[in-house]
Design a protein around this ligand. Structure first.
Ligand code: FAD
Length: 441
């Protein structure tokens, strides 16, 4: 069903013929997933064009950046847990490679995650989750409130209990995206290639994909953009977030039922009086909230913001379209619950409210890899965990593009993400209540 694209595929016998002037790969969508795929593909020797009218302005812009396989684990979601654990393992190498290639610090913090229960009912539910963690052998355990305060002295007076997950970390998604974009982007058209070395094989074009180009045999051979240009390619990777399903709706043989699930995050500027060290998650009267600190602004610069740090508070989860509206109720609820756990938040400056839509699927698992349509690959539907999943997704997609096998344990973790699962008999995507395409842009 799938023929790999190989570096130098213009030479005879090395994969499908890529016409003169075509790229090995066009990636539709320049969020963290599309750019991670493009960057890894370029480093694997493929020529790559990314199409996106506004790279990084989707869900990636809102994400807090938790890398949280343990504290995101849920009942009945064992496939997601295995996938998320494999994804977490891919992050340190990805961050190191990106740093080595670009010099960028992507803000990977490995200080662990503290979870707080606000009242007795919240503690009962936290203990059920801890039992789930224990059943899976995950690194987490209950803490006394006194021990939790030793970890984070800024906790409020009313905390009923706590738990500690030492291997759940965080990264700065905006910094990661900027590093990837800088590595890939020549800032010009498809003819101009960026930089030198592996990234010289990549370009980012500010344009929207309108539809895929198929040859008479049904093979995908490129993408038409909104200016009427054809971007010819040996393979196309659709990584357009929640809009992926809309773009692919008329392509026979592939069903990608992505939908938008709106979320809002807040960015605060916290001073030295709220010097959080760990990700703090909590349940406040049944409502989840999290507070993710970045590294402090370096001292010694002699300016006012020394010791300040960005703190991200999130997130609402709304079955709403990607309307980009910050709501008073959403902001109020996040601040109310965050300050119940960390009252010092009152003193922080509210800098930014970011409403965006997660790319969700009916089974809460992404779609990653080659499809039944020759030349078409997808990398979408990453829902609440797309930052966590981006490096692993990139490895998987590039393995599919080049025909390189993945290690057996990684392939096993990725197997629930196979792209044909919604095309099976019995799943009617267009009738699914969870599938709500809107007008493509
Ligand atoms: C509030 C919130 C908090 C989150 N927190 C976390 C977190 O803590 N940890 C975590 O792991 N994940 C988190 N996520 C999830 C994560 O942000 C997403 O899963 C991830 O960003 C998805 O990346 P993406 O590249 O697939 O999609 P996006 O970032 O949405 O990028 C899709 C891109 O495709 C482009 N596009 C769309 N249509 C077209 C077209 N026709 N042609 C060309 N380009 C197109 C868009 O312009 C956009 O740039 C959060 C999400 C939200 C909304």
């Amino acid at each position: 069903m799938h023929t790999p694209v190989r570096p130098g595929s213009r030479s005879p016998g090395a994969g499908p013929a890529v016409p003169d002037g075509a790229r090995d790969v066009v990636v539709v969508g320049g969020g963290i997933v599309g750019l991670a795929v493009a960057w890894r593909a370029a480093r694997a020797g493929l020529t790559v064009t990314v199409l996106d009218p506004s790279p990084g302005d989707g869900a990636t812009h809102a994400a807090a950046g938790m890398l949280a396989p343990v504290t995101e684990a849920d009942f009945g979601e064992d496939d997601a847990l295995r996938l998320h654990l494999a994804a977490a393992a891919a992050w340190p190498g990805f961050a190191d490679d990106l740093h080595a290639a670009t010099g960028a610090d992507v803000g990977l913090r490995t200080a662990g995650t503290l979870t707080l229960a606000y009242d007795a009912d919240d503690l009962a539910s936290l203990r059920r989750v801890l039992a789930l963690h224990a059943a899976h052998g995950l690194a987490s355990h209950e803490l006394t409130v006194a021990d939790a305060r030793r970890l984070e002295p800024y906790l409020g007076p009313r905390v009923a209990g706590a738990a500690w997950a030492p291997a759940d970390h965080a990264v700065d998604p905006r910094a990661t995206h900027a590093a990837l974009l800088g590595a890939l982007d020549g800032g010009a058209g498809p003819e101009t290639l960026a930089g030198a070395g592996a990234e010289a094989r990549a370009a980012v074009v500010r344009a929207s994909a309108r539809r895929l180009a198929l040859d008479p045999s049904g093979r995908v051979v490129g993408v038409h953009d909104d200016a009427g240009r054809l971007h010819a390619a040996g393979a196309v990777v659709v990584a357009a977030g929640w809009e992926s399903g809309t773009l692919l709706m008329d392509v026979p043989g592939v069903v990608v039922p992505t939908r938008p699930v709106k979320g809002q995050t807040l960015r605060l500027d916290a001073g030295p009086d709220l010097a959080l060290e760990h990700v703090v998650r909590g349940v406040v009267q049944g409502r989840p909230v999290y507070i993710v600190p970045r590294d402090p602004v370096p001292d010694g610069q002699g300016h006012d913001c020394a010791g300040h740090r960005e703190v991200v508070v999130g997130a609402t989860t709304e079955e709403n379209p990607d309307d980009r509206r910050a709501t008073a109720g959403g902001v109020f609820a996040l601040l109310r619950d965050a300050r119940a756990l960390l009252p010092g938040i009152d003193e922080a400056a509210l800098v930014d409210v970011t409403p965006r839509a997660r790319p969700a699927t009916p089974d809460n698992l992404p779609l990653v890899g080659p499809t039944a349509v020759p030349g078409l690959h997808v990398a979408t539907g990453h829902g609440r965990n797309g930052i966590l999943l981006a490096p692993l997704t990139a490895d998987a997609v590039v393995a599919g593009l080049t025909g390189t096998p993945l290690p057996a344990d990684v392939a096993a973790a990725l197997s629930p993400t196979r792209t044909d699962r919604f095309a099976e008999p019995g799943f009617d995507a267009r009738r699914s209540a969870a599938f709500s395409p809107t007008t493509p842009r």
